[in-house]
Design a protein around this ligand. Structure first.
Ligand code: FMN
Length: 422
């Protein structure tokens, strides 16, 4: 028999703990995001469809991206128990300098369209976290302004697309060297534009055009439009003029004749570390090791170029076995959590890059949103390492991860978008 009593004030008091309300709306919004997927949902709510789809979308049927994300889902971790994991270190050296975390911010074009703070937010957040920020040739903030945003301690890399007008591309490389960028990433997986069908269906152009549809779309997203219309005009920082679709721009400007021989020519003009991004086979990795580059990025460009390309995470073990002692192997495409990064490091990646995970944060809350992305990934990495029983990145081993064979169908990379399926 339970004896009942009237609740007493002294028993109730500890139960009634009201949290101090977060008054700042951006802080409040970001505090609800516990995962990168949460940031994605907020980003989608706040960003006009054409800009969000440009960021989120991939090429053709978007199978490359779906498979890359699925590959991370399809692993099994193997922890060791009874280890002292009270202290855990997430840093090591990447291309000759210390990084605080095993990931950096990938180069992305047209970034101020996602949110007006754009590359400056990314560079400042990366510098504060002790990780590199990579500026794209197609960036919307100048080489020098990104350097200033990163501050003297921030580490910046420059990504090169070789244009048909090679002297103009190399003039950018000279500017990056003069400004203090330490690493040049040459992206090699865009001889022509991938078929980004979402952009075609949305009638997406650069600069974005105001049509009846975009005006309607603006109604529930006033903050984006206020930012867009009241800040510096959105333009490519390194191109003098451009308009049309992204595919038209790429196919007009980019040089499809670039070969291995040209890499040597670029190497001779660049004083810092040289990285090739977009490597998708063991053969090419071996050839680049012989060419003497400092690192390669296994990447299929976030699935935005060749659809049904190899999943970089699947290539990783064999590439590391072949060239891991000659150069650093980096990886991107599909990273949506810190556990994905831990798995990549365990299989031999020295470093990883995040594209959309960074842009979701940016769209969700500008600079503070990028801080939130980094914080979520940092927390994931530390927790996963502790749960695996390791205290440092050096202790991560291939034995910590197995890649399971997939039996069922691959889920779509993202929540089905009726617009795409239409
Ligand atoms: C919106 C967007 C723009 C991009 N622009 C560039 C670019 O200008 N240069 C480049 O080398 N890669 C570019 N990428 C590819 C990224 O550098 C990176 O390889 C890719 O985003 C990694 O996949 P993830 O988005 O799944 O992390 C872009 C990716 C996105 C999502």
């Amino acid at each position: 028999m339970v004896t009942r009593q009237l609740p007493r004030a002294r028993d109730l008091r500890p139960l009634l703990q009201f949290k101090k309300p977060i008054l700042d709306p951006t802080e409040r919004r970001l505090a609800t995001a516990l995962t990168i997927e949460d940031l994605r949902v907020i980003a989608r709510r706040r960003t006009p469809r054409a800009a969000f789809d440009y960021t989120e979308g991939a090429a053709e049927q978007e199978i490359s991206l779906a498979r890359a994300r699925q590959a991370f889902q399809d692993i099994e971790f193997h922890p060791a128990i009874l280890r002292d994991v009270s202290r855990v270190g997430t840093g090591w050296e990447v291309l000759g300098q210390r990084v605080a975390l095993p990931f950096g911010i990938a180069p992305t074009g047209f970034t101020r369209m996602m949110q007006t703070e754009g590359e400056s937010a990314g560079a400042a957040a990366a510098a504060a976290a002790g990780i590199p920020f990579c500026l794209s040739t197609m960036g919307t903030t100048s080489i020098e302004a990104v350097r200033a945003a990163a501050g003297p301690a921030g580490r910046t890399w420059f990504q090169l697309y070789m244009w048909k007008e090679r002297e103009r591309s190399m003039a950018l490389v000279d500017r990056a060297a003069a400004a203090g960028y330490d690493t040049l990433l040459v992206t090699v997986d865009v001889p022509v534009a991938g078929a980004r069908l979402r952009d075609r269906r949305n009638g997406f152009t650069i600069p974005p055009q105001l049509t009846a549809r975009t005006v309607l779309d603006a109604i529930p997203r006033p903050a984006w439009w206020v930012n867009f219309l009241t800040t510096e005009p959105l333009t490519f920082a390194s191109l003098s003029s451009s308009s049309g679709t992204v595919a038209e721009l790429i196919d007009t400007m980019f040089d499809p004749t670039v070969t291995y021989e040209d890499l040597g020519w670029i190497r001779d003009q660049w004083p810092g570390k040289l990285v090739v991004k977009g490597v998708q086979s063991v053969d090419d990795a071996c050839r680049l090791a012989r060419a003497g580059v400092d690192a390669i990025v296994l990447s299929n460009h976030g699935g935005r170029q060749l659809d049904r390309a190899p999943v970089p995470f699947h290539l990783l073990p064999q590439v590391v076995a072949e060239v891991g002692s000659d150069l650093e192997v980096h990886l991107d495409t599909g990273i949506m959590s810190g556990a994905d990064i831990v798995a990549a490091v365990a299989l031999g990646a020295r470093f990883t890059l995040i594209g959309r995970a960074y842009l979701y944060g940016l769209m969700a809350g500008g600079r503070r949103g990028v801080d939130r992305t980094i914080e979520i990934l940092r927390t994931d990495i530390e927790r996963t390492m502790r749960l695996l029983g390791v205290c440092s990145l050096e202790e991560l081993r291939p034995a910590h991860v197995t890649q399971l064979q997939r039996l069922g169908p691959i889920a779509r990379s993202t929540t089905p978008d009726p617009h795409v399926l239409r």
